[in-house]
Design a protein around this ligand. Structure first.
Ligand code: SAM
Length: 234
């Protein structure tokens, strides 16, 4: 099972990642008390813990043995009843069909090579009334080539983007970041939206929060894209 490069950076990722509740993610998820929720590609468990604190029974799955180990250590330090499994989001062989009321995949679809297989798995493990909430680097504003332009007229910073149509494995946007693997997967917005539709996941809501990061440009251009989908009855 490949770890998408996260075993190499697991300790650094654990130290770097923001542990604060993500309001946009939690608002899109909505009430979860009493629900069974899968945190897909859970990493060291930050979104699994957010959802467990909101009252859900949570299972976290990730392909990085080191991140799953760190997630279990967080659980051992402050128990929330989260179960962690080592598994591949593209197949999830260890998870039976229709096991969950909701699936959350926070900041991870870009790290998984086969989008169609992953979204098909999400639909398979959802119950008929189930929902899927994901967040990704915004595909329109974080393509393989991007930079920032200072407008000397008013001092504002603008985002300049290129290579939007270059899909596949590409260098990560934060190339020198030691808490992230060196590569990621870029896809166009239509690839994501069509992938969801093909898998039987119907878009219900989207969010593009401003100020998602501390660089000024992200206050006028969205850095992240969040989507909520409903399982389409079969
Ligand atoms: C940026 S991290 C996000 C982790 C966590 N959701 C969070 O927000 O902190 C991306 C995660 O995707 C996981 N991943 C990559 N490929 C995977 C796969 N095929 N199956 C399951 N997890 C995968 C990585 O191991 C990593 O934990």
């Amino acid at each position: 099972m490949g770890d998408a490069g996260y075993d190499e950076v697991a300790e650094a990722y654990d130290a770097w990642v923001d542990q604060q509740p993500d309001r946009t993610l939690l608002d899109l998820i909505g009430p979860v008390a009493g629900l069974e929720v899968l945190s897909l590609a859970c990493g060291q468990g930050r979104d699994a813990r957010m959802v467990a604190r909101a009252g859900a029974t949570v299972t976290g799955v990730d392909t990085s043995a080191k991140l799953v180990d760190l997630a279990r250590r967080h659980e051992a330090g402050a128990a929330l009843g989260i179960r962690y499994l080592l598994g591949d989001a593209q197949t999830l062989d260890e998870v039976p069909d229709a096991s969950f009321d909701g699936v959350v995949c926070h900041m991870a679809l870009m790290d998984i090579p086969d989008l169609g297989a992953t979204l098909g798995t999400v639909r398979r493990v959802l119950r008929p009334h189930g929902w899927f909430v994901c967040s990704i680097n915004h595909p329109c504003f974080k393509p393989p080539r991007a930079g920032e332009l200072l407008d000397h007229r008013d001092g504002s910073v603008q985002r300049v983007v290129g290579q939007y149509f270059t899909e596949g494995e590409v260098p990560a946007p934060q190339r020198s970041h030691d808490a992230l693997p060196p590569t990621t997967h870029h896809r166009t917005l239509s690839t994501y939206l069509n992938g969801l539709a093909d898998a039987g996941l119907s878009l219900v809501a989207a969010a593009e929060p401003a100020g998602a990061a501390d660089r000024p440009v992200w206050h006028s251009v969205p850095c992240l894209l969040y989507l909520r989908c409903a399982a389409v009855p079969r």
